[in-house]
Design a protein around this ligand. Structure first.
Ligand code: HBI
Ligand code: FE
Length: 292
């Protein structure tokens, strides 16, 4: 595995963020793109049983709370019975939107992550959390990645947004815009909300794979729910180990796709002159959308 220029500082940064100071995955057998074999047969009956418990909890929570596109993708993937075989799920995904799944040991450096996304490959972590991590886990595991992220990749508009996000990420690395792209990822792909004719719904993977944040993000009076603009999201800090203090709301996925159409270079230049905003900010001209 040849080292990418940013590999060491990436793992140092993520390792200090992850709970135990080092990344949990086994990176020794990863190839140059950080891809590994899933070794699906090595999963134990206890791990499949833990997957079923996680899946059953979330499958009970998502009706009337996740957007329809997520629910349709979840049903098509049909992964209730145990840890999915990523190659089989990848075939279902490819038939729907031309995306593929690649197995990875865990978090990978941004350069590799963005390169995968830009080529319609979604990295899925191969290890599953421990039973004692049922309610919270510091690093994404196979349940967060597969249950949280993969269903929406079967939606053509969202799938195109994610590929365009990957391409923007590769540019951001050259323009020193990584922190802005990371915030856009966080407040859309991980913690995004969407206004639908049936009401406010969640589409972010961090929300939909969480036991408690689905209800909190949609119905708690505590967080702000603000109409999304790219510039506002790019300057807003976020918390990685607690429920979000603000959620950003889109009217539909087409608007999110269109918002990533322009070249972000001028936005980055403009943002460099602006102060970052704490996660609990509500600007004077912003609506805090009422709780449904
Ligand atoms: N790697 N496997 C994996 N999954 C992620 O979600 C991920 C990553 N590397 C970097 C990263 N996310 C974030 O820095 C994004 O904001 C790019
Ligand atoms: Fe994620």
């Amino acid at each position: 595995m040849d080292k990418h220029p940013n590999t060491d500082d990436f793992f140092a940064t993520v390792a200090e963020k992850s709970s135990c100071g080092v990344l949990r995955g086994d990176y020794a057998h990863a190839d140059a793109d950080y891809v590994v074999k899933q070794q699906w047969d090595a999963h134990t009956p206890a791990q499949h049983a833990l997957w079923r418990r996680l899946y059953q909890r979330q499958a009970r929570l998502v009706p009337d709370r996740a957007c329809d596109e997520f629910l349709q993708g979840m049903h098509k993937l049909d992964a209730a019975d145990g840890i999915p075989d990523l190659a089989k799920a990848s075939d279902i995904l490819f038939a729907a939107t031309g995306w593929r799944l690649v197995a990875v040991p865990g978090l990978v450096p941004e350069l590799n992550f963005f390169t995968h996304l830009a080529h319609r490959r979604f990295p899925v972590t191969v290890w599953l959390r421990k039973p004692e991590e049922f309610d919270y886990i510091a690093e994404p595991d196979v349940f967060h990645d597969f249950f949280g992220h993969v269903p929406l990749l079967l939606d053509p508009v969202f799938a195109d947004y994610l590929q365009r996000y990957g391409a923007a990420g590769l540019k951001a690395l050259k323009l020193d815009g990584l922190e802005y792209l990371a915030r856009l990822y966080w407040y859309t792909i991980e913690f995004g909300l969407i206004q639908t004719p049936q009401g406010l719904r969640a589409y972010g993977a961090g929300i939909l794979s969480s036991g408690g944040e689905i209800e909190y993000s949609l119905h708690s009076p505590l967080p702000r729910r603000i109409p999304l603009t790219v510039e506002r999201v790019m300057r807003t800090l976020y918390k990685i180990d607690s429920y979000q203090e603000s959620y950003f709301v889109i009217p539909n996925f087409q608007q999110l796709f269109d918002a990533t159409e322009p070249d972000f270079t001028p936005i980055y230049a403009h943002l460099k002159a602006l102060a970052v905003l704490p996660a609990d900010t509500l600007l004077p001209d912003e609506a805090n959308l009422a709780i449904p």
